[in-house]
Design a protein around this ligand. Structure first.
Ligand code: ACO
Ligand SMILES: O=CC(=O)O
Ligand code: MG
Length: 534
């Protein structure tokens, strides 16, 4: 354990300091972390308390709505700052955790952008985070390379044009390995400070800025907080305002009602909003968890064709383009299959998903795997034609998108097969997450923290509201516990005894039972799961 007393308090690093970690946790870098935490943690605590208060209001029967107090912002005639030259064309972005091999593969993929993820696809283990910072610094330097210890395969960059954007952790996550004045620090500030500190000079020398994705914001006041963090940082390092640029994920239901306000609060720094559909669906369940008329059906039914999701995508495009920001689409969770016929079917589904986004007017989209880039590129090449984006698509002719449209109930069946699949997916994902892998393929789909949240909260909400399955069985905690026992046996047979024993499946099973049968909905599965990480 290393404790350093810095001018703004005592910063204690409890994580193991391997020799190479000293490159990241330098006295100057940790001093900057401490400065940010001292200045911004108190406000963040207030913002997190405000989330709880607002949720209590929704739990009491209220529904989210556009805010009366910010009507002037929505009605006003203003634009965000001009887009930097290298953020004009973002037609296809690949995403992935900050693993060294995957970073190289992602930067070599046929995409414009790589979103390097400290969030949904990354377990925030101490080693994973610090190695991730080393990897991203090397990626920005253009020197990153890797030799796989098992296969001996060597990885190096064969292309320098892919733009790197880092996604930091959500505001609810704390970094338990670092304390300031005896209290844990926000994970978001830890990721942001270290990434900025180690990369701003490298990137500015290359004529670009320092670019971030901001996840899971719930209000424009949280956007304002980030804007203040950015301004403080730019001033502190004497770089121009706008050196830092952000893309904000609109992936919570409350934030969908504050898109204009979020753009406005960050207007010197923001370049785009993004439809983070998986967390958005999770947030719909969570925000409306006490509303019996908004319970979702099987996860497989909740596609972007559902009216409430299509309304959200169209509102995001309309709002962004009116303000001069890009409107990014999201992730189809399909990943390539080894079998050719199965793969063809997957590519057809990805194509259909991207067609919907591009025809709605999105400027770009996400893929989970390099094998999907060509499909997404072809769709966007068709819609963009000779343009870098679709900013000219105003959707001004659309009827106003109402609160009712954003909140529309989603019809569909709740099947026993759907419930059992949710259980197997959540169980396997939790085991993987606790074992250090935040993103894994399960039954042919990419599963990460956001998709797994849908699986476990769906069941919680079905139990809470006494829903029945399509075969008439009443969904109770007892039914869930018996299905969990049965599905655990199925998973055990699938993965084998060794994997079950060595990769935290028993702990995952206990955790899944606890959070699914809890009286009150657990806010994020990563909060109790983080307690299980060293
Ligand atoms: C809701 C959201 O937040 S979405 C954003 C967060 N989620 C993500 O970012 C998903 C990222 N995707 C992934 O992590 C992976 O694609 C997985 C885990 C789903 C599947 O990975 P794998 O099982 O390794 O797939 P597969 O075996 O087909 O990979 C083939 C190759 O492609 C590489 N690859 C796969 N996905 C990616 C990716 N997203 N970025 C870079 N390389 C990738 C693999 O590393 C592998 O490389 P190799 O041949 O050199 O060993
Ligand atoms: O972060 C993306 C999402 O869909 O969630
Ligand atoms: Mg997300």
């Amino acid at each position: 354990m290393a404790t350093a007393t810095v001018s703004c308090g005592a910063l204690t690093i409890k994580g193991i300091l391997k020799a190479e970690y000293q490159q990241i946790l330098t006295p100057e870098a940790t001093h900057f972390v401490a400065e940010l935490v001292a200045r911004f943690r108190p406000q963040l605590q207030d913002l997190l308390a405000a989330r709880q208060e607002r949720q209590a209001h929704f739990d009491g029967g209220a529904l989210p709505d556009f805010l009366p107090e910010t009507a002037a912002i929505r009605a006003g005639d203003w634009h965000v700052a001009a887009l930097p030259h290298d953020l004009q064309d973002r037609r296809v972005e690949i995403t992935g955790p900050v693993d060294r091999k995957m970073i190289i593969n992602a930067l070599n993929a046929d995409v414009k952008v790589f979103m390097a993820d400290f969030e949904d696809s990354q377990t925030p283990s101490w080693d994973g985070l610090i190695e991730g910072q080393i990897n991203l610094r090397d990626a920005n330097l253009g020197t990153i390379s890797h030799t796989d210890p098992q296969s001996g395969k060597h990885y190096a960059l064969n292309k320098q044009s892919t733009l790197l954007i880092a996604r930091v952790r959500g505001l609810h996550l704390w970094e338990k390995h670092v304390e300031l004045d005896g209290e844990q620090i926000p994970g978001s500030l830890f990721d942001f400070a270290l990434y900025f500190f180690h990369n701003y000079k490298i990137r500015m020398e290359k004529g670009t800025g320092v670019y971030f994705y901001l996840p899971k914001l719930q209000s424009h006041l949280e956007a304002k907080w980030w804007d203040e963090v950015f301004r403080f940082t730019e001033q502190r390092f004497q770089v121009p305002i706008g050196t830092i640029r952000a893309t904000v994920l609109i992936e919570t239901l409350p934030a969908a009602f504050e898109m204009d306000e979020i753009l406005y609060m960050l207007k010197d720094h923001i370049v785009a909003l993004n439809c983070g559909r998986w967390d958005y669906i999770f947030s719909y369940i969570k925000t409306l968890n006490n509303h019996p008329d908004r319970v979702l059906p099987d996860r497989q039914v909740v596609t972007m064709h559902q009216p409430f999701l299509n309304a959200y995508s169209r509102l995001l495009i309309k709002t962004c383009h009116k303000r001069g920001a890009l409107a990014m689409g999201g992730m189809a969770a399909f990943i390539p299959a080894k079998d050719a016929a199965a793969n063809e079917a997957i590519l057809a589904r990805v194509k259909a998903d991207k067609e919907l986004e591009a025809s709605n007017g999105h400027d770009g989209t996400w893929v989970a795997h390099p094998g999907l880039a060509a499909t997404a590129n072809a769709v966007f090449a068709h819609y963009l034609a000779d343009n870098p984006n679709q900013l000219s698509v105003s959707r001004a002719e659309d009827a106003p998108i109402t609160a009712e449209a954003l909140l529309a109930p989603c019809e569909g069946e709740r099947t026993e097969q759907g419930m059992r699949t949710n259980i197997r997916v959540a169980l396997q994902y939790l085991a993987a997450w606790i074992s250090g892998k935040g993103c894994v393929p399960i039954y042919g789909l990419m599963e990460d923290a956001a998709t797994a949240e849908i699986s476990r909260t769906s069941i919680w909400q079905w139990i809470k509201h006494g829903k029945s399955l399509s075969n008439g069985k009443l969904i109770t905690a007892t039914l869930f516990a018996s299905f969990l026992e049965e599905e655990a046996k199925v998973v055990l047979a699938e993965v084998g005894v060794d994997v079950w024993q060595n990769q935290n499946f028993e702990r995952a099973k206990t955790l899944l039972l606890d959070i699914t049968t809890a009286e009150t909905l657990v806010d994020f599965l990563t909060l109790p799961a983080y307690q299980l990480l060293e």
